[in-house]
Design a protein around this ligand. Structure first.
Ligand SMILES: Nc1ncnc2c1ncn2[C@@H]1O[C@H](COP(=O)(O)OP(=O)(O)OP(=O)(O)O)[C@@H](O)[C@H]1O
Length: 255
């Protein structure tokens, strides 16, 4: 097993002080590993990501980025700015500075991460070209299509090559060429030693690329482990991830 790049122990977390949305969520992501966070709509996937990023009003538990105990928090106030430089977050809905061009976004993020000079120019130019954004390099992202905005978020994350990627539903909106390139680059980043926490509904892709899975339902972890573990949990030895998902979520309802 690789070195942990993320250790999560959420006792409870939520949007209001007195109401938990997710509870008892314990997992880790290791270097060189991709972990898929899956579950039905409203299960608490995005809330789990917000909790570990310190974005919620209520949080009780502990989140550790990297090997050292850089983040230990019980209250939200204690959580700000910890773990910076350790991870890149690609949100489901792209977020930009209106007044900055695509290239200026890359420059700003690079500067914040002390990544400058020729090495920055080469990597940024390469990424922009890989995702077919070269023509839009000096334009502002508010005029971009949804997919182009998503690609810029991806370029920003891949630019800084963090130890951990936290990615919320990256596949919806990407064209097949961008999707294929993203999967190849994630594979390369895994080989470099990065860990990836990937939240998605695209289960056939998740089945192919993820090493382990976290299945959330109604704010709790219903199952976790490799596809083999999930199959065993669902009592479906030959089942696809989708079959197991259906059995564990819908089967449970029927029983
Ligand atoms: N900003 C918010 N304020 C209050 N409650 C919220 C907020 N965002 C989400 N919730 C609630 O938290 C619960 C979990 O939502 P969450 O967005 O984490 O689910 P999800 O698993 O990411 O769903 P989806 O697959 O639809 O994106 C839902 O009941 C939802 O209504």
């Amino acid at each position: 097993m690789g070195t942990p790049v993320l250790n999560v122990h959420i006792e409870k977390a939520g949007y209001e002080e007195d109401k938990s949305t997710v509870e008892n969520i314990h997992f880790s992501v290791n270097a060189g590993e991709m972990v898929g966070l899956i579950g039905p709509n409203g299960a608490g996937k995005s809330t789990t990501i917000k909790a570990l990023l310190g974005m919620l009003k209520q949080f009780k538990g502990q989140v550790i980025f990297g090997e050292r105990e850089e983040v230990q928090r019980i209250k939200k106030e204690e959580s700000s700015a910890h773990g910076r430089g350790q991870y890149a977050y690609i949100p489901e809905h792209p977020v930009f500075y209106e007044e900055l061009t695509l290239w200026e976004h890359l420059e700003m993020v690079a500067r914040l991460n002390q990544f400058e000079g020729q090495a920055f120019i080469e990597r940024a130019t390469w990424l922009v070209d890989e995702f077919k954004l070269t023509k839009a390099m000096y334009e502002k992202p508010d005029s971009f299509s949804k997919g182009m905005q998503q690609k810029l978020m991806i370029c920003i994350a891949l630019l800084i090559q963090p130890k951990l990627y936290i990615v919320d539903e990256p596949f919806i909106g990407l064209d097949p060429i961008a999707m294929r390139r993203l999967l190849q680059l994630f594979e390369e980043e895994k080989k470099r030693g990065a860990g990836i926490l990937l939240c998605t509904h695209v289960l056939d892709t998740a089945e192919k690329i993820c090493d382990r899975f976290l299945l959330l339902q109604e704010g709790s972890l219903l199952a976790q482990g490799s596809l083999r573990d999930i199959r065993s949990h669902a009592h479906l030895q030959e089942g696809s991830l989708m079959d197991c998902f259906y059995e564990l979520i819908e089967g449970g309802d029927r029983r």
